[in-house]
Design a protein around this ligand. Structure first.
Ligand code: SAH
Length: 401
């Protein structure tokens, strides 16, 4: 048995069932583990700590599968974990056919992401450990009822840190269609699993899309007219379609990618929404907001869901300035008593700091605002309480006074 011995004191985080072992915590390795192979993690004084996968090139030298010595990490173990993960999301099918069915560390499968779109699974193998078990995992997934194929989108940059090449290919079964149609809360979306962001769709924003739909509906009931909304960084139109479905009169959507806007437009047509109500603008959001403000435009609801501005802790300061900029200008164009939904998917920026940045923007905008809710990823993206690093998406729902 290959063993990874930790330095004195480094056993503590594993006692707290945190699943990561950094290279700097390792005293010695007995044996020559292959990349991804299962190893035993031992404390400095020879006590069993965990079963883990070994990653020879990564600063995350080992990721724990299990803290129970009597468990055996084999095909049956993976089948149990995967079946459990799938069962925990079963109830979501009533709402949607786009579901994150496996969320890495939260499902005790560090580095594995699996999204389900209709009859297809899309996988991301982001650690040497899950890569090592790739065929086993694929066989188990392919056995699930109703699955026609598995597409592998293992093209995340994180693979390089694990000593793995990028890989984008059919893993099992049928080729997925160019666009897989999913239906979420009554709205149809086309998902391009080959070229789309992440595995093709921002599955994690489901609850906030539904909130946007509800806000549009409530607005219409209260005011007798549909709202005028602005969706910044709209990508393929997620929030825009939700607003249209809720009865918005005008939805202006901004993105810098012409391709994303084209897909968004097709998504709107897929749902038969009135073309007159949707305006798709190819622009830089920073410029767009500045110009909208200068022109004195206002919106009943502004949504800001930018890409990750901070890719690591080193970039947090710069990112904070960018978040401040768009939120300040975003707030300035919210109509009196209008609303703002603002998000950050930068894992390096925590909820507290994000809230401080937004508070700063509120102060500078000279507006008065209530925070009525904190927003985040849906329940299919759970956070393992023992691994807080898994938290990345956060949002605030503000009502201006
Ligand atoms: N809100 C989307 C996801 C946003 S992804 C959803 O719910 O589906 C981020 C998007 O921001 C991408 O589509 C990217 O093209 C766009 N983007 C990045 N930088 C931008 C900028 N400076 N101005 C406008 N769009 C930008």
């Amino acid at each position: 048995m290959v063993q990874v011995w930790l330095k004195k004191g480094k056993e503590r985080s594993l006692w707290r069932r945190h699943p990561w072992v950094y290279d700097t915590a390792v005293q010695k390795v007995s044996g020559k583990p292959q990349n991804g192979e299962t190893v035993q993690v031992m404390s400095f004084d020879g006590k069993f700590l965990a079963w883990a996968s070994y990653s020879k090139d990564s600063t995350l030298r080992a990721r724990c599968w299990s803290f129970v010595e009597s468990e055996t990490i084999d095909a049956q173990w993976f089948e149990n974990k995967i079946t459990k993960a799938l069962a925990a999301r079963e109830h979501l099918f009533e709402r949607t056919s786009a579901i994150r069915v496996i969320m890495g560390e939260a499902d005790q499968l560090p580095g594995l992401v699996v999204d389900r779109y209709g009859d297809f699974f899309v996988t991301q193998f982001q650690s040497a450990g899950v890569e090592y078990w790739r065929e086993t995992i694929a066989d188990i997934l392919m056995k699930q009822a109703g699955i026609r194929g598995i597409f592998d989108r293992s093209d995340a940059a994180t693979r390089h840190r694990e000593g793995l090449q990028e890989r984008v290919e059919v893993l099992r079964g049928e080729e997925p269609p160019e666009q897989i149609e999913v239906v979420e809360d009554g709205i149809r979306y086309g998902v391009d699993v080959r070229n789309g962001h992440k595995t093709g769709f921002y599955v994690d924003q489901r609850d906030s899309r539904y909130l946007a739909q509800r806000l549009a509906r409530e607005f219409k009931l209260r005011h007798g007219r549909g709202m005028r909304a602005l969706n910044c960084f709209c990508y393929t139109g997620g929030f825009s379609l939700a607003l249209l479905a809720g009865g918005a009169d005008e939805v202006v959507s901004v993105d810098s990618s012409g391709e994303a806007l084209e897909t968004a437009r097709k998504n709107a047509a897929r749902n038969g929404f009135d073309e007159q109500k949707a305006k798709w603008v190819q622009a830089d959001v920073f410029d767009f907001l500045r110009k909208a403000r200068e022109a004195g435009d206002t919106y009943d609801l502004v949504i800001l869901d930018p890409p990750k501005f901070a890719s690591s802790h080193r970039h947090v300061d710069r990112a904070a300035r960018a978040y401040k900029d768009i939120n300040l200008n975003g707030l300035r164009i919210v109509s009196p008593e209008g609303q703002l939904l603002t998000f950050s998917c930068s894992g390096a920026m925590d909820v507290d700091l994000f809230q401080k940045v937004i508070a700063g923007a509120v102060i500078d905008s000279k507006r008065e605002a209530w925070m009525v809710a904190r927003l985040g990823a849906g329940e299919d993206h759970p956070l393992m309480m023992t691994c807080p690093e898994g938290e990345y998406l956060k949002g605030l729902h503000l009502k201006l006074r």
